[in-house]
Write a protein that binds this ligand. Structure first.
Ligand code: GLY
Length: 367
């Protein structure tokens, strides 16, 4: 059942519980000359049948030659995979009015979106995000990208999908760790929006299994992102707020060579850091419950192994910095989040040292 739907620029966003057929029926599939699919084998194994049955029920049966399986893993979000998918589309006779249907998490979505953005100078795509992280973040706003050996997401563009279907059914097969990591982007949306959604995010049980029941509140998180993107699609200003928690997160991912933390876990730690920084800047703690919500969803790790100086140096490389100044997103209170261009290093050092102390007390050590 579709629980919510709205338009964002040229995209239609559907949110619901087991709602593929209902949503696809509203997507004017007749407009497209042909349908092509990109996914990963395991993800297709879990969810491809239900999706292709929904297409078939509408008169669009799906055959194997319409599906491209890309390998799993961030390292395959590469120019090589990009080229391979483009050539496959040519071989299959895709044209610029064919639809690329993307079933997968953020890696598949980023890469396939970039393929769609550039194939014959742009073809439409429909995204069914299969992780909580991608539902809350990558599926909305059309950021597409591939990695270079020199860094993540260095090549890409904005190309919003024609339709997005955010369905709780896919969450049932996700490992708990992935769910916990994806939750952090939802929590971020609660922090950006205001006290009520922040509290609703805190109220999501750590061990929730009933994602259909959580879908109405998760849908509100998706809408928060959509409203920011609606105002500022190309990240000239307000969209930078979505970077809340990400400056330290990216540094942490880089420091641990992308091996220790899932992106969402690093974001959770970054949210805590940002809240503590806000407290030092504004003098009051506006974030009751944040530490518990984050820490209860983190795996064990050894915070004593962090080199705090190196970590802070890495924050200076954030590619969203402009003119050498790093924009820190400071959450003063729920719904009151500001962009501060440049924060004094001693303040960052004190805050990081406090964060390390707090984490050392509450996070079990790995090993
Ligand atoms: N992931 C943040 C954004 O889409 O702007």
């Amino acid at each position: 059942m579709i629980l919510d739907q709205f338009e964002l620029h040229q995209s239609r966003i559907f949110l619901g519980n087991t709602c593929y057929a209902e949503a696809l029926a509203l997507c004017d599939l007749d407009r497209y000359t042909k349908l092509f699919f990109i996914s990963q084998e395991q993800v297709w194994g879990f969810h491809g049948r239900v999706l292709s049955d929904a297409f078939a029920a509408l008169g669009y049966p799906v055959t194997e030659d319409q599906i491209y399986f890309m390998p799993d893993g961030e390292r395959f979000k590469s120019l090589e995979t990009f080229g391979a998918v483009q050539q496959w589309l040519v071989a299959q006779g895709a044209d610029r009015r064919s639809l690329l249907v993307v079933l997968g998490g953020g890696v598949v979505g980023d890469l396939a979106g970039f393929v769609a953005a550039t194939y014959m100078r742009g073809m439409p795509w429909l995204y069914v995000p299969t992780t909580l992280l991608a539902q809350q973040d990558a599926s909305i706003g059309g950021k597409t990208a591939v990695n270079l050996p020199q860094g993540k997401n260095l090549v890409g563009c904005f190309w919003e999908p024609s339709a997005v279907i955010v369905d709780s059914a896919v969450l049932r097969t996700l490992p708990r760790r992935q769910l916990n990591a994806g939750y952090m982007e939802f929590l971020k949306h609660g922090m950006l929006h205001g006290p009520e959604l922040y509290q609703a995010a805190l109220d999501v049980p750590v061990d929730s299994d009933d994602w259909a029941a959580q879908m109405p509140v998760l849908a509100r998180g998706v809408r928060v992102k959509a409203e920011v993107v609606r105002q500022d699609p190309h990240e000239r200003n307000q969209r930078r707020l979505l970077n809340l928690g990400h400056t330290l997160a990216h540094a942490l991912e880089s420091f641990t060579e992308y091996r220790q933390f899932l992106h969402g876990e690093a974001v959770g730690i970054g949210l805590l850091f940002a809240a503590m920084l806000a407290q030092r800047l504004g003098g009051q703690d506006s974030w009751p419950g944040l530490e518990k919500a984050v820490v209860s969803r983190l795996p064990a790790f050894d915070v004593a192994a962090w080199d705090q100086n190196v970590l802070l140096d890495l924050t200076q490389r954030d590619k969203k910095g402009i003119g050498g100044k790093i924009a820190w997103i400071i959450p003063r209170a729920p719904g009151d989040v500001v962009i501060v261009d440049g924060v004094a290093r001693p303040l960052l050092e004190e805050t990081l040292s406090e964060l390390v102390g707090r984490l050392a007390n509450v996070v079990p050590v790995v090993g």
